[in-house]
Design a protein around this ligand. Structure first.
Ligand SMILES: [Zn+2]
Length: 344
């Protein structure tokens, strides 16, 4: 009996396990790229420290073990992160420079769809006789910047207009698209700025005060007092295009209103759909944060949209406690002061 038992144990421990360095070599990827995949959190290796995102790097590295079962998922993810399928499919319109140190696709894979749409447009222009190609792309302030092989001095005014519009479409689209997975996202401010969905927002670490307020750093600025201004001084014409002008499907995006509906769900009336400009909503968000800080999240405090701004309603059918009932009027008064801007 004991022999059978020990064979079983032997089989378990026989599974070949690899350290990070061994596994990186096995799948042909650099260890920093593997770590990036682990940080994103969608693919788990054979063994990793629980809650590894919050643990010291050395502890996580020592806990890492990969098995043969990990090879295919990691190889596929490395392919995705290196845009290998994209490079094959768009070889006719993607022409990176062939010199040492040339730049490539220096963005994350969630934006592959944006690059594809961009190249589809280049193909149409090429069919019309304009020999334009994609050269390289990078991420800046949480958005994509795409560079073509066209010398701007040789373009006709119409070509310059079209290309500028396409560049702005891509930049604006990327601010609505999670750079990791391509699902609806928004700009997150933490240790750095990055456009991410709820699932991947941990990648910027702890969020800063600007988070959720500045959604497009090229078009919004925050002054020392924390007020947001719509247009920077280095104003460029392309920033005046609306999302509709650029053909962006607003229904597909997670804009400020959508993210606030999620963030402040305990406060907001269930049928409330936030509406308004980004600046109005940024102001409302600031007030909701102040309400949150002042009174905490009592589930029966609701905001509803009325003809003139947002109204506070108190749902008394399910008060949290008699203390809440007694404090009701004081809480309403406090919220009213915050909402009227007298106390933030
Ligand atoms: Zn994501």
């Amino acid at each position: 009996m004991s022999a059978v038992k020990s064979t079983g144990v032997q089989k378990m421990t026989d599974k070949k396990l690899y350290t990070l360095a061994e596994f990186s070599e096995l799948v042909g990827g650099r260890s920093d790229l593997i770590c990036r995949i682990l940080d994103a959190g969608d693919i788990r290796p054979h063994n990793i420290e629980p809650d590894h995102i919050f643990k010291p790097f050395s502890v996580v590295i020592n806990s890492l073990r990969f098995s043969d079962d990990d090879i295919e998922p990691f190889k596929a993810e490395i392919r995705r992160r290196k845009f290998e399928d994209f490079k094959v499919a768009y070889a006719d319109v993607y022409a990176p420079d062939q010199v040492p140190g040339a730049r490539g696709l220096e963005v994350n894979p969630g934006w592959t769809g944006i690059l594809e749409n961009y190249c589809n447009q280049l193909r149409e222009w090429r069919a019309d006789g304009w020999s334009i190609k994609l050269r390289w792309a990078k991420e800046k302030f949480g958005s994509i910047r795409i560079f073509s092989n066209i010398d701007h001095r040789t373009m006709t005014p119409l070509q310059a207009f079209r290309l500028s519009r396409l560049d702005e479409w891509a930049r604006r689209r990327s601010l609505q698209t999670c750079q990791e997975c391509g699902r609806p996202g928004r700009l997150r401010w933490g240790s750095h700025a990055a456009t991410l969905c709820d699932r991947h927002k941990h990648l910027v670490g702890e969020l800063r005060a600007e988070d959720g307020v500045i959604l497009d750093p090229d078009r919004q600025k925050m002054d020392k007092e924390g007020r947001v201004h719509g247009w920077p001084e280095n104003f460029l014409g392309r920033y005046t295009w609306t999302d509709t002008d650029l053909g962006l499907d607003e229904g597909q995006t997670m804009d400020l209103a959508k993210s606030m509906e999620i963030e402040f769900r305990p406060f907001l009336s269930p049928d409330l759909r936030l509406d308004g400009t980004d600046l109005e909503l940024a102001d409302l968000r600031k007030k909701l944060l102040a309400v949150d800080q002042a009174i905490g999240r009592h589930h029966w405090v609701k905001f509803q949209l009325r003809q003139r701004g947002y109204e506070i309603a108190i749902d008394t059918t399910e008060p949290c406690s008699t203390v809440d009932e007694i404090r009701r009027d004081a809480i309403i008064a406090e919220i009213e002061m915050i909402m009227s801007g007298e106390h933030v």
